[in-house]
Design a protein around this ligand. Structure first.
Ligand code: ZN
Length: 160
């Protein structure tokens, strides 16, 4: 079966940051599952999936616009340490939740001071060019329930 709108796709991927050192590899765990045609994965990746079949392997490179977006320098904010949510001690590079003027946001700690910390609410992969190596594992017809919910059910998908 080929990937088309309202098919459920199971796939493995390796993600590499072009010119950087970030990598992700799904092959050490459960494959990903998504409902095609509902933007459940990055649009630039989903567009390359159309028409593929189980066993197909392909690579796709995504610009920041096709991936996690451009970096927004206003995403870097200085907040009082007491605005941190939870008791975890802030460490540079760690993702934390903080109360900001825009409400609660998840952000990466970029600097820790005595009373304030600087956090970056950009996605860690914003502004990056990315390469995905994909292997299609399975393609099946979505159930009516999955189409109604606009996501895939089962292991690797939504569990209700
Ligand atoms: Zn559902």
């Amino acid at each position: 079966m080929q990937i088309a709108n309202n098919t459920v796709v199971t796939f493995h991927y390796q993600l590499t940051e072009i010119g950087g050192d970030y990598t992700e590899d799904s092959t050490s765990s459960e494959p990903m599952l998504y409902l095609h045609g509902h933007r459940g994965i990055l649009p630039g990746l989903e567009d390359e999936m159309l028409g593929r079949s189980p066993g197909d392997r392909f690579s796709v490179t995504l610009t920041p616009e096709q991936g996690y977006g451009l970096r927004n320098e206003e995403g870097i904010q200085r907040v009082p340490v007491k605005h941190l949510i939870g008791r975890a001690k802030p460490v540079v590079g760690k993702i934390v939740s903080v109360n900001t003027s825009k409400g609660e946001v998840r952000a990466t700690v970029v600097k820790v001071g005595r009373f304030n910390i600087d956090v970056d609410s950009n996605h860690p992969l914003a502004g990056k060019n990315l390469k995905f190596d994909v292997e299609i594992i399975d393609v099946r017809e979505a159930t009516m329930e999955e189409v109604a919910h606009r996501h895939a059910h089962g292991p690797g998908g939504h569990q209700h």
